[in-house]
Design a protein around this ligand. Structure first.
Ligand SMILES: [Fe+2]
Length: 257
């Protein structure tokens, strides 16, 4: 499996604090069946803001340490970009950059609101030849209340990443239900861990969430969310998502009851 979203690099954000934390995270990932993962630290808004070159060096260093320790996981460079109207300019200046030197950008929204400029920024990025991937839409308050917001983005070719812990209830029943509906409706295309540490719900594990997704959409589609689709993304190849399914009325009624 491939994990596209982790905070495994030490000392950059609220993820791994020390190199030992990073090594333990990689060990946990390997034990769970993850062979490749992307280091996606937060940017400057979290006190980080490592340059592309700095990040590449840090990833190379971690790779070397993992090789010495015999941990069979390959780490790739990436970034979790915080949505801002200024993203196109930030890309031009090089202060933000895509996953693994592709054209795919991992973008997160504020959790509490759905800014009105989301659609415009994503569209601008697409016009410039970038492919935005929306991180954990199931955790955004605005999208939870109105699934149509996500639907509109996905209809326009935006990919979305659901967090493994969300599917398993780590963020409560509301987020869990939302995540499950998004998987069922094919409104999310990738399962990633968004791991911040090596234990508990924020560890880099995917297999339990894949089993949960397999119950909802079948094994082949569930595995594609951690194998085929992230593999194509890391290779910079195009992804052809499954068509969106319509909401099932009785389910949403049950949901609001
Ligand atoms: Fe994250």
């Amino acid at each position: 499996m491939i994990d596209l979203h982790t905070h495994i690099l030490p000392g950059l954000d609220d993820g791994a604090e020390t190199l030992e934390d990073s090594i333990r995270m990689a060990q946990v990932a390997a034990e769970d069946g993850i062979t490749r993962l992307v280091a996606t630290p937060h940017g400057a808004e979290w006190g980080g803001g490592a340059s592309r070159e700095d990040l590449a060096t840090r990833v190379a260093e971690l790779r070397a340490v993992l090789a010495v320790r015999g941990v069979n996981v390959t780490v790739h460079p990436g970034l979790e970009i915080y949505l801002d109207p200024d993203l196109p300019a930030q890309l031009e200046s090089g202060s933000i950059f895509p996953l693994n030197d592709t054209r795919y950008l991992l973008v997160e929204l504020p959790l509490q609101s759905y800014p009105r400029y989301v659609d415009q920024v994503f569209f601008d990025l697409q016009l410039r030849g970038y492919h935005p991937i929306l991180a954990h839409p199931e955790r955004n308050n605005g999208i939870q209340k109105d699934h149509r917001l996500l639907e509109q983005l996905v209809e326009r070719g935006v990919l979305a990443q659901v967090t493994a812990g969300s599917l398993l209830g780590a963020w409560g029943s509301m987020v869990k239900k939302t995540a499950q509906v998004f998987v069922e409706r094919r409104l999310v295309h990738i399962i990633a861990s968004d791991a911040h540490t090596y234990e508990g719900a924020r560890a880099p594990r995917l297999s339990a969430a894949v089993r949960m997704a397999a119950k909802l959409i079948g094994e082949d589609s569930a595995l594609a969310m951690v194998e085929r689709t992230p593999e194509r993304i890391l290779a910079g190849e195009e992804v052809s998502p499954e068509p969106i399914l319509q909401a099932r009325g009785h389910k949403s009624w049950l949901f609001w009851r």
